[in-house]
Each structure stands twice: as C-alpha cells, then as structure tokens.
Ligand binder design. Structure first.
Ligand SMILES: *[C@@H]1O[C@H](CO)[C@@H](O)[C@H](O)[C@H]1NC(C)=O
Ligand SMILES: *[C@@H]1O[C@H](CO)[C@@H](O)[C@H](O)[C@H]1NC(C)=O
Ligand SMILES: *[C@@H]1O[C@H](CO)[C@@H](O)[C@H](O)[C@H]1NC(C)=O
Ligand SMILES: *[C@@H]1O[C@H](CO)[C@@H](O)[C@H](O)[C@H]1NC(C)=O
Ligand SMILES: *[C@@H]1O[C@H](CO)[C@@H](O)[C@H](O)[C@H]1NC(C)=O
Length: 284
C-alpha cells in the first residue's frame, strides 16, 4: 500500500492534474523561467560580441601587438633530421637517401630563379631593406628580396641533383626562424652560420664548405615585417656541404648563428640560435 502511495506521489509530482503543475510548476512559471534564460543568454552573447569587437579594433593586422622580446631566433635544418635529429643513410642504397634529396627538391622549389623573379625584387645587398610605414599610413604590401637557389651553388640541386648524398658529401640547408622586425648583425656585419663537431667527433667532421660564401645571411633579407605585410617573403638560406666526413661512424654536429648582436642560447632557451644533429654515412 505504502508503495502505491509513493508511486502516485511521484506521478503527481511529475504531473499534477489538480493544480495543473508539471514538476511542481505551472506552465506560466515554466514560461517565465524559459524567458529569463533566453534573455540572459542573448545578453551574454551580446556582451561577448561587443568585447571581442572592441578588442579586435585595437589589433593591427600587420603587426603583432605583443611580441616576445625574442632576441635569438631558432634554427632549423633541411632535410628534417627526424624525431631523433639524425641523418643516416647508406651511399650504396639509393632508397636510404632518396627521401632526403626529395625533401630538398620540394623545399627549394620556391627558390627557383623563375619563381623568385616573378615574386620578388633584386635588392641592394649588404644593407637592410627597410620599408617603414609613415605614421598611420601603411606601406603595404611590402616587397621582398630575391633569393635564387643558384646562390647555393653545389648545394642548389641544379648541377648535382642529389645534393652530394650519392657521393657521401651531403648538403644540409639551414634557415633561421622568422622574427618580425629583427635586425641581425651590427655595423653592416651580416650574421653567419658555422658548424662544428661535438668535441669527441672533431677529427671526424672533415672539411666543410658554406654557400653562400662564409655562410652569411645577407642583410637585405631583414627586417621581416610579418606574413600579412610581406606576403612573398623568402627566408634566406645557408647550405653546408660535408666534403670529407668520416664514414661508417656517428658524427655529432652543431651549427650555430654568429651575429654581433644576437646572444647565443639564453637561460630561457638553450637551443636558440643553434641546431644539433647526428650525421652518419654508411658505405657498407
Ligand atoms: C623549378 O621547380 C620545379 C618544381 O617546382 C622543377 O621541376 C624545375 O626543374 C625547377 N626549375 C629550375 C630551373 O630549377
Ligand atoms: C635570380 O634569377 C633571375 C632569373 O634568372 C635573375 O633575373 C635575377 O637577377 C636573379 N636574382 C639575383 C638576386 O641574383
Ligand atoms: C607576390 O607575388 C606575386 C606573384 O606570385 C606578384 O604578382 C605580387 O606582385 C607579389 N607581391 C608583392 C607584394 O611582392
Ligand atoms: C669571408 O670571410 C673572410 C674572413 O672573415 C673575408 O676575408 C671574406 O671577404 C669573406 N668573403 C665573403 C664573400 O664575404
Ligand atoms: C679526409 O679525412 C681523412 C681523415 O679522416 C684525411 O686522412 C684525409 O687526408 C682527408 N682528405 C682530404 C682531401 O682532406
């Protein structure tokens, strides 16, 4: 009996025909609650939109409002040295180095002279290519300087389409990550890349050759104004060719950027301005 009473009590709670209440409230009460929430959410959405709108008004499309004062840009190499930062292949096995040369082909395609001539300007070397805005008048879009892959000579993939991989004298291509507004070098001295072996491998690295000569990033490619302002920007590259690296052994290599105004690896990021990888060329 008690059970029955409980049951009808529940039933009545859900729908009480006497008072015409659903879950303890009348239709108009429910209606008011619904109305309150609809108005409340519309108000919230409006507030959000307004705040967003005001925020976006204060942003400049062409320049980050806040930029980390990153004085040391990161450095990357191509071909990508994989998860373990290793480039390992066997000169006897085409398949083992094929992917590296293909990566370089793809990476360098935008640096084809024809592409560059179409997109970019021939700039005056050895000086910054500055295109400042005059006050609030934007000087956009900004032009960029040509970097023809021919500059990389033996590592351009033009004369030697295998970038030396086949002959055991491979090329590595290095670029600096883009930093908006960075003016590397001082007093007209361009930043340059140097590579060396970790101490225990210093006998094994052999002679290196840099392209362009001395491994410099010409000043004319700086400053960089950002993706939106400088749509056709081509990052300058430096190629390093290993002319006589010891084969069948691991060689640990580190390349770094040298510029009289770029501090190497700050406290915060020990890897800024340098890149390490292992190179191993097998011949048997
Ligand atoms: C330019 O790039 C294409 C691939 O995008 C390639 O097939 C062609 O050989 C390149 N030309 C030169 C002159 O390097
Ligand atoms: C890049 O190549 C194009 C086409 O060959 C040439 O006209 C231009 O002068 C070259 N640019 C530079 C900076 O060498
Ligand atoms: C970017 O390159 C295109 C060709 O791909 C060219 O028509 C355009 O003028 C270039 N823009 C700038 C700002 O250099
Ligand atoms: C390379 O560096 C050496 C010594 O620092 C200098 O004498 C030479 O002119 C440089 N070459 C180029 C092409 O910048
Ligand atoms: C290449 O390196 C080996 C030592 O690893 C050395 O004996 C040889 O003379 C070097 N060859 C050239 C051309 O420098």
């Amino acid at each position: 009996m008690a059970k029955d009473g409980e049951k009808s009590g529940w039933k009545e709670y859900i729908w009480n025909p006497r008072t015409r209440e659903f879950l303890g409230r009348t239709a108009s009460s429910w209606g008011l609650i619904l109305l309150f929430y609809v108005v409340f959410y519309i108000f919230l959405a409006g507030l959000f939109t307004l705040t967003m709108y005001v925020m976006l008004q204060t942003l400049d499309d062409h320049k980050p409002t806040w930029q980390d004062r990153l004085s040391t840009p990161g450095m990357v190499i191509r071909p990508k040295a994989g998860e373990y930062f290793e480039i390992i292949y066997n000169t006897e096995n085409t398949e083992s180095w094929d992917m590296y040369t293909q990566t370089l082909d793809k990476f360098l395609a935008p640096y084809n002279s024809s592409e560059q001539a179409l997109k970019n300007d021939e700039c005056t070397p050895d000086q910054y290519f500055q295109q400042e805005d005059s006050g609030s008048v934007k000087n956009n879009p900004k032009r960029s300087c040509q970097f023809n892959r021919t500059i990389l000579e033996d590592c351009s993939g033009i004369h030697d389409r295998y970038y030396g991989y086949q002959s055991g004298k491979p090329c590595i291509i290095i670029k600096l990550n883009r930093v908006i507004g960075m003016l590397p070098g001082k007093d007209g001295q361009a930043p340059f890349v140097t590579c060396g072996a970790k101490r225990e491998d210093s006998e094994k690295i052999g002679e290196l050759m840099y392209f362009p000569p001395n491994g410099t990033f010409n000043l004319m490619y700086y400053p960089y104004y950002g993706k939106k302002a400088q749509v056709n920007y081509s990052q300058p590259l430096v190629a390093v060719k290993f002319l006589n690296i010891t084969q069948n052994e691991d060689v640990n290599i580190e390349c770094k950027i040298n510029a009289n105004n770029i501090p190497l690896g700050s406290e915060r990021d020990k890897f800024a301005g340098r890149v390490s990888f292992k190179l191993r060329i097998n011949t048997k």
